[in-house]
Design a protein around this ligand. Sequence first.
Ligand SMILES: C[S@@+](CC[C@H](N)C(=O)[O-])C[C@H]1O[C@@H](n2cnc3c(N)ncnc32)[C@H](O)[C@@H]1O
Length: 224
Amino acid sequence: MTEEVARRADANANNPYHKTAESYEAKLRSPLVRPFREAEEKRLTQIFDALIRPEDTLLEIGCGTGYYTRTLVKRARHMVALDDSEAMLQLVCNRLPAEDQAKIEFVHSEATHYLPPEPFDIVLHLGVLDYVREWQKFLTHSITHARRAVIFTCPTTGFFGQTFHYLSLFRGIHVMRFRREQIENFLREGYPDWQLDMERVGINSGWTGGMTWVATLRKREPET
Ligand SMILES: C[S@@+](CC[C@H](N)C(=O)[O-])C[C@H]1O[C@@H](n2cnc3c(N)ncnc32)[C@H](O)[C@@H]1O
């Protein structure tokens, strides 16, 4: 595992997973969380099928316990799985079969402090922006290090996104929520050559507004 950040003062202080790595998967399996997770995974699988090519290199920021790493590594030529939490990285590292481990470099770092020697075809962060207050800086980093696409999720401002936010406050964690226009305006000003698709998933029955945005940023092809 590569130790990119020597000074752990650089770690994301709002990241709850420094303390709760072990209980993360039990939370994902709980009946309250599972339906949201399944909806997100269904949409993400369609996006992975459409965008990831076998010759691609991937950067997965916030790989956690490897929930998506397991499928991503099989779809790509090589990937970097990065996380700010050493406890999370230890869990994922020990679980993957040797053939998959051979295609992955694990990096222990806060995302924006990681400066790869060359860009990746696709950068992904799934369930990470939730904890990132300086989200513009974070997205800038992802776009800077992606050649073709950035795939990410983040909480909505709908009923379930707000519920997640307020319940997390009891644990001292600030969960971010996002409006479509926030991301659109940020891109319009700084990255007009990137095209955004955003979709709400997770019990999205009109008034609820879904739980999670599943977003894809694609670099526009130059016109010939
Ligand atoms: C909700 S978990 C998601 C894990 C995995 N992507 C999944 O979908 O199951 C968020 C992960 O992002 C990591 N994380 C949060 N902020 C980060 C940052 N600024 N840089 C790197 N990793 C971060 C946490 O340590 C945690 O493992």
